[in-house]
Design a binder for this molecule. Structure first.
Ligand SMILES: [Zn+2]
Length: 79
């Protein structure tokens, strides 16, 4: 299960197709006060994170952002 897609309620294996429904481990460093957060991402999400960077990836995935900030940053989280 892709963390970003599941937060958004997307069917990640359908979105990626059978050839690409492989999960990639990724790390988010800068968005949460320098804390290293490990996430599992599908092919499409990992490409988006790689190309757009953490900030724009989290902006495009607001529900994933909320989920991560609830888990990791508490109330200090701020854009
Ligand atoms: Zn995904």
């Amino acid at each position: 299960m892709c963390d970003a897609c599941s937060a958004a309620g997307r069917n990640w294996s359908l979105a990626n197709g059978p050839q690409r429904s492989k999960l990639v481990k990724a790390k988010i460093f800068s968005a949460f006060n320098g804390r290293e957060i490990k996430v599992k991402l599908c092919y499409l999400c990992s490409i988006k994170l790689f190309i757009g960077g953490e900030k724009s990836f989290l902006r495009e995935n607001p529900s994933f952002n909320v989920e991560l900030s609830n888990q990791h940053a508490g109330s200090e989280f701020d854009f």
